[in-house]
Unconditional design. Sequence first.
Length: 1144
Amino acid sequence: FAVEDFAPQRLAVTVTGQEAAPVLAGQSRNLDVVARFLYGAPGSGLQAEGEARLRIDPTPFPAYEDYQWGDQREPFQETFIDLGRTVTDGEGRAVITLPPQAPDSAQPLLAATTVSVFEPGGRPVRESLDLKIRPRATYLGVKVDQAEAPRGGDPTVSLDLIAVDPAGRRIAAPGVTWRLVSENWDYDWFQQDGRWQWRRTSRDALVDQGSVNIGAAEPVRLTKRLGWGDYRIELTGPDGAASVIRFTSGWGAPAEDAEAPDIVRVSAGDKSYAQGDTVEITLKPPYAGEVQVAVATDRVLDFRTLTVGENGATVRFQSDASWGGGAYVMVTVVQPRDPVQTPKPRRALGLVYVPLDPKGRKLEVDLGTPEKAGAREALSVPITVKGAGLGQRVRVTLAAVDEGILRLTRFESPDPAKWYFGKRALGVDYRDDYGRLLDPNLGAPANVNFGGDEIGGEGLTVTPIKTVALWSGVIETGRDGKATIQLPAPDFNGELRLMAVAWTDDAVGSASKPLVVREPVVAELALPRFLAPGDTAFATLELHNLEGRAGEYIAQLTAEGGILAPLRKAYELAVGRRLAERVPLDAPRVAGIGKVSLTVTGPGFSTARDYPIETRLGWGRVTRTTTALQQPGAAFTPQPDLLAGLAAGDATLQVSYSPFRGFDPGPIAVSLLRYPYGCTEQLVSAAYPLLYAGNVSQDPKAQRASAGLTQAVVRLLDRQTLDGAFGLWRVGDGEADAWLGAYATDFLIEAQKAGAPVPAAALERALSAMRHISRPEGWANISYRLEYPTWWAGSPQASEAATAAMRRRASAYALYVLAKGGRGDLGRLRWWHDVQMKSETSPLAKAHVGAGLALMGDKARARSAFRQAVRSLGYREESDWYQSPLRDLAAVIALAYEAGETEIARDLQGRLENAVEDPEALNTQEQARLLQAADAMLRAAGPLNIEGSGAIPLAPVAGGPRWAVGKLAESRFVNAGEGAVWRTVTVTGAPVAAPAATSNGLTLQKRLLSFTGGPVDPGALTQGDRVIIIVSGRAQQARSMALVIDDPLPAGFEIETVLGPDDAQSGPFRFLGELSSADLQEARDDRYVAAMDLPGREDFDFAYVARAVTPGDFLLPGAQARDMYRPAVNARTSVGRTVIAPGQ
């Protein structure tokens, strides 16, 4: 699962509008809106707005789901309707009106309405309601039914015609004319912009026509023998009702039941069954035949075969504990083929669910809490559980969660009785095996239809948004089934949902109850989620006297971290009065974490709240390294000029030492741990510093980004499928190639060696996948990317070559990983060395085979493989994102040391001099492999003797000593060894000056548009306005790339909707043109992030909707784009300012 950034709702909003009744032509419809604060008061005096999207109703008349409606030729475009704004009254009520709609459409339509009520701080709480729009008095429906075509003949098509009124009731429609038309398509191919494209045109031929009187009781059936091809039926009524429905006759027909199996009537009767009872199943097939009966839940529990005549049969099963709360009985009847009577094999399917009465297995749970509790008071919740057997242990858990969080996803309270004993989806595949039988008449299979925050991103360290989610742990009740559970006092004004789950060895139960938590006077401060240096924001102070004494209340704001929030003011609050006032807030001039504190005092009342808030620049950090030789006995103290040009409060400085010139693992570790994105390769690479060190950094952002080796393992395993493969961004996405799977499995083995808890079953699955990958014939069974698309390497031929290379190199890596995991295949490794290596160009693949051979004991072939790997160094493969000559060099060194080929490894070490002058210019694959090489090299070189003082010692990375420096003048580092060593100072921070717009192999533009497609002036926005932000550009290179887009938000904005290709193809956003299909898009607290595989010399366009939530004057950051594996390919747009005026 994924957890996205969110802000809990403070309001509960309901919208009603007689949704069961359709909106007729000329009618308007009032939407009744009710808002209440979750702390138990009406949402009075709040802004509310509405919008609607008029679209085709996908299920206009549910009672007639087999019928099709309207004119399918009609190019209906989704329409956006602004329903205006209003203000809620003293009871929190408002009315928003959908005006009369008169679309020129024969289609049954739907108005998808959304009402937003704005919290005092400007955030909207949305609620939706669908209204059926029926501008026509009559709707004509068509159901297409096709009979099997006789051998060598044309199929028979039956068309059932009905008429309904706007409410879906059957009505008579006399004098309906019909035309049956054959559509003959011509396809024309042409070249445009160097690419082949096609268009088609239709030549119509009238097949038949006539007039019918459609009754209100039975459908009118038109039956025709039609040649194979495409057709349409056109219906026109005297009152203007019309339908045009397309269908296909013969092979490839889309009719719902053209090749569907017949139906077996299966019944379990009306008797109620309990566990252990004999269940009687009655079968009534459409014809005699061989019958298979299976009982199944998430697996097959019982199976019978019998012969049944046309009169049917009764089958008896003994239910038991494996049935759980019930089971499905699946029936298949097969009638063998008769060359004369039944030229096709006939089959019929049936299914029935048999519930079991869970009598005695449900517990009654009661929560004995009042309706209201005081904020900051410990919660004492009495729980009583009834229904447990005598002497049984009763255990219970209690969760208390902010209702404002649960409403974001419409979370349903846990109900274990429903889970265990309710009707569940059939957990096994129900396949029609006759779909695999050859139809001897057609010589082809008989068709069947049956039945009806992974990408990461830099992110924020803190936000001023508070969440409440409390959990008790497992508590055992007394013998009387009672317990009192204590929960910590929530600092909270709102509504908690108390959710209790109780169980014994054979029974379960649950209960849920709301609990309003608040102080007598609610005092809240609504802040933006973050700030940027130089911003001015208007926070919203809210005071609501619900139960306090009337009188004068004094509110005061204080701030830390350079934030200015000057407020000390007295307010007269009568009982029941609520007020909201804007308070100016000036951001500090430096980045960092600050705090705004609110205190309110009044008659017999006092409260205080703290709100942490981060001030961050609108552009990323940079890393600078300075390397110098430090002689024995020499001392070093960092100078202030090392931090020149970096924002104060945001910069960090580390000092590290290495015996190798220009090659220090310290800066690599810093860069990896700060890497903001997270595909599987980046996730694994960024965790490599954790394999070689414990506490790799005291920086809180680095700690949050990594959170330890165990978290990296857990995140990786979250992307593993049952066949052992890993997804690129998420489980089962099929985007990761097999080489990356080997890299992930290699990491799991190393993590297990380092002490991380790697589940044995997960590792075994990963190794099982590697066994398939090590042999090309096994690839089809694994859900990795099997081949690269034609655009991957610039041409079909080049992409085929890239696919072949990836398969070879993945096979070599898999063989090494298997050997490392104790499941080596010596014969395959030897074959790879003796045969495959002669034509292989990748030095890393050769080194993998060499290391695998060494692990299996074949030292001679191992040495031969490494020597061939050395001769291949310098190779570059543009179509391989992860490959570079530096990556290969570092990996060959690390693998040679591991294989005991020390002489080969040492001869290569000199090539790494000055390899890490700029860690940010390296991709994550290069950095991880350099870290592996450094670990091997430093262990071989022995420890360094450096004495550091006045700085925080960090655990060595790959053996290299490191320190984090706080106060420069107090730090001192002495080389206490006998030889000179290389010192590297690594400084990381955000530049004070905004970076200029750049374009290096990519172009990038950022635009703000209105909902009508016009440009938006970012300096003239009003609180509540919405804008469409488009980030677009083009690759200027021929090679494909792993593109990432990172667009930081202004502090006053919050993302409301991320748009995709479907949003721009039709509907109100079609003016955007074609939007790119992203592998992943995320709406974060402070930025929009997207990733995609971008072909060479192709355009990309992404869009999202943002709302101006907080008034003020804010930095408008520039968007950034980069090739994740060629960091030098990047682009950035310029920064600006945006001004948001206060709303009404």
